[in-house]
Design a protein around this ligand. Structure first.
Ligand SMILES: [Zn+2]
Length: 66
């Protein structure tokens, strides 16, 4: 899927956000990275396998209010 050199991090990598943006929709608040990850403006993500990754800010909020 990725034809960049060097290769972008795969969707399962901790630094997956470092992949290139292939489709940006700032008006809708999301971008598609070339590893298949969809990144939202609030740092939330949807992985290619459908898993949803909450934004760090959301997790922090949950921890703070728990
Ligand atoms: Zn790439």
């Amino acid at each position: 899927m990725c034809e960049h050199q060097p290769r972008c991090p795969p969707a399962g990598a901790p630094d997956r956000d470092a992949a290139r943006v292939v489709t940006a929709h700032p008006e809708q608040g999301w971008s598609l990275l070339c590893n298949g990850v969809v990144v939202f403006d609030d740092d939330g993500e949807i992985l290619p396998d459908g898993r949803i990754v909450d934004s760090p800010r959301t997790l922090q909020f949950v921890v703070c209010t728990a």
